[in-house]
Design a protein around this ligand. Sequence first.
Ligand SMILES: [Zn+2]
Ligand SMILES: [Zn+2]
Length: 297
Amino acid sequence: MEIDFWGVRGSIPSPGPDTSQFGGNTPCVVVRNENEPLIILDAGTGIRKLGLDILQDPTVSEIHLFFSHTHWDHIQGLPFFVPLFSPKYTIKLYGPVHYSKNLEQILSQQMEYTYFPVRVQELAAKLSFHDISESELNIGNSINIQSKYVNHPVVCLAYRISHNGKSFAYVTDHEPYRNLFDDGVESEREEGRIVAEEQSLALVEFLSKVDLMVVDAQYTSEEYKTKVSWGHSAVEDSYDLARAADVGEVILFHHDPDRTDAELQRILSRLQDQSFDPSGRRMVPVRLAKERLIIKL
Ligand SMILES: [Zn+2]
Ligand SMILES: [Zn+2]
């Protein structure tokens, strides 16, 4: 299994000299498995260049695109994904939905004539839309994909992908469940605490022992204090999640748009210093997500 990063930034694209090392494109991650269809996670602006890359690869014809959720930064690149305009490709789009609209309606709206010159109905690829919730799917010959809701202001799914004994988890736009009771009224706190604990345990179980986890790490713990319930995690919380789930390696992802390359390096160094454990408990290796980083499992 190969994981290939095309967009690692959260919230809004942030190109410029301060972010050129890690990249300014919004989320898009590719999962490749030999002799299996291509899997793409999220269609942030990183998907534009990925689309051009796919056109150069004669082996790709079937693409499965999974959305964590439909916030702007995760769908914005879709109209610029060139395989959509070619009849050569079969593209299946999956994602969680909310309110009264299905995935096709949500994605079509950003391609209405007011916003974009080509409409979904005019796209040449063979498209299908699949509304999903917590589920388990099998794709290709032997890819297994499980999904689980995480803690975000709109419904948002984490994915766990397994193939040939290797596993990978994608957990973006999530914050620890403790906001469910931290800011509640006194009488509801105990109930909130129990729910939060149950949800946390279920997530740890879902992620248990994956070889690689990509995880939301938008804030520092200091910044998080003023951003509770915004749906993103502090770096330290994400690292704790990785340890609790005993993952093989953790990749910090969904970088804040204001975060410079130098700040990202400092955050990583600080985390690596803090996470030294004198008791000898296994430490989880940690890296920063970066555009065009490729990890083979
Ligand atoms: Zn996001
Ligand atoms: Zn979001």
